[in-house]
Design a protein around this ligand. Sequence first.
Ligand code: KG4
Ligand code: ZN
Length: 346
Amino acid sequence: MPLILAIESSCDETSASVCRDGEILSNSIATQAIHHKYGGVVPELASRAHMQQIIPVVTDALKRAEVSIAEIDAFAFTQSPGLIGALLVGAQFTKSLALATGKPLIAVHHMQAHVLANLIDNPKPSFPFLCLTVSGGHTQIVCCHSPYQLEILGKTIDDAVGEAFDKTAKMLGLPYPGGPLIDKYASKGNPNAYHFPEPKIAGLDFSFSGIKTAILYFLNNAGKSTLYKENFLADTTERKIFIAQNLNDICASVQNRLVSILLKKLEKATEQTGINEVCIAGGVSANSELRSRFKLLGESKGWNTYIPAFQYCTDNAAMIAIAAYYKYLNKDFSSLSVVPSARSEW
Ligand code: KG4
Ligand code: ZN
């Protein structure tokens, strides 16, 4: 019955979770509001905020789980990928706990943890399952053969889909992070009001940079074209009026295209692999249209579909804890000299 304390600090969420034998007892998250006014995550400020928050967040997670540090059997942290200064705070803190208590240290890959978040609640997918992992930095289709064997079948060759949401929101003058706001305005708009091009990318890979450029041209042309025009309106009053008058329809049309791109590739992956246990994960899986269309598509195709509970979709330590639980069962422990890494495919 291992009791694990896990810490997540890869970006702008400081989170701690306690898990007993694969069951999540607590999942405390402190979101860093400081970045909102800068229109994106400022790495230096993220590291400082993690330093401030880490002890209160860990204390809260232990309290909610009604356990003490002395009872913990292993300490886990996010090793990669993420902002290096942010990762260092969580890594160093967790190592110190392992050193002080003499208990094992477990290093977890953030993107694997997003996939394994599907193993937190019941019903759980059976192996092998496919997972569309969609976050601010990644867009992947993963085949999860077991908790220890995850294979990337496709990934973005440029921007992540979360970036496409956030950059579109920025072009529309919405604050960071824009993904949830696009979701909100889209719910009141017409998804077929405007047409954005579909990227022509072979296989199971994705591309979102072309659609981002098309949206920029579309806004600069006040909705008249998605192509570059000599008589660009860039930042004129007409552009602003167009956005103000059509915000809901623009958000709904962009979201419609982004979700279609994701689901089309996921469908292709199920056809290629013959696997019909299908999951989504990562921050963008909090998107209401993606969630509902994924479920509908699954029903029409006869898939068994799984989506983590909302709090386990965006960055959280519970997913680090569940990944660490499986590593613990496999005695996959790290040395105290392990270092975090900003980038790494597993
Ligand atoms: O997984 P995550 O919390 O952090 C990373 O590992 O990147 O994902 C963050 C991303 C951001 O791009 C954010 O805008 C997006 O998830 N996101 C959403 C929604 N909620 C979060 N995108 C669209 N609709 C949402 N409801
Ligand atoms: Zn994430």
